[in-house]
Design a protein around this ligand. Sequence first.
Ligand code: SF4
Length: 347
Amino acid sequence: MSALFYRTATPEYNTNFNRGRIFEEDHTVMAELLASGGTLDMVRAVLDNGADAVYVGPRGWSRRRAQYEMNDAQLFASARYAQSTGKILRVAFNTLPDSREIPLFLAKAESLVKAGVLDFILTDAGVMRALKDRFPETRIHASVGCTIVNAEDARFYKEAGATQVVTECRIDRDEMRRIREEVGVGLEVLVHATTCYTYLGRCTMSSYTRQEWRRDETGKNHFLGSPNRGGLCYRVCLTEWDQSDRDGELEKSGVVLPNQAYFLVEDIPALLDLGVDTIKIQGREYSVDLVGEMVRFYRGLIDAYTDDRASFRMEEWTVRMASIVAARDAERREKTASLISESTLPA
Ligand code: SF4
């Protein structure tokens, strides 16, 4: 029998530490370490602590609260800082614009390209094609929001202009290998994130509880409650729900939908062996100190493994990771409570 869910209260969310996939290949490659920067201070912390690249989001274009997105001046300052360190700034336009917003996107992209930014994270296939046609020198990563779960998905986005694809968190090692071998596109794997109840980037739940929109002075629409259209997710899946049958009869209360922290620490050696091109850490809303600590951790782990695979031991890294997880959980819990409190329109 199918079930319907109704939201009731807000529980603590679950953490599932170090679950994931195991690989067995025996060849090492250097992978890029990529982390997120919600502010200029975070961009500095990410790059100063050992990441090879940092990604940021222009305001209204990148699925986050405006506070953690950047205006043009902040984007250019981030680009200058990345260039001064010889590292990469990648700009995420990972929302789904309407036709009137495409010229706005291209104008923003042009100003970034002129400032030396060639790396972009995109979700919309039309936007990819438009950017590649206009600026063939750009490098495009197909976002996790593209829901790339098989080789044909990867091929589609490659043909749309993507040089690299972020694989969906739920795919296994065989799919990754198949995408790499059959499609010949770069592979990017999220190792530090939170999975969604739905596939990442496919959820519309927040828009059922609160949706507002406004058009800014440039003509860009901002849809609060719709991360796919440039607003933000209110994490409403993390509240408790009543489950009813089709006739409305209550079956169960306090149901928590699956939405779990996702850390593939123990898989990193195998991912490196597989030849993954980018190891990616999410977390644009963490404190600067925590972001710096997380990046140092992953930099150290990747270097320790690639420097001396024979004597590498995972145990010390899982111990160190536990304290990062605790700090991360505390910060995320606070942010989640704040988002949920905003998830309905004020009376
Ligand atoms: S409401 Fe939950 S499932 Fe939906 S986007 Fe937000 S975190 Fe993901």
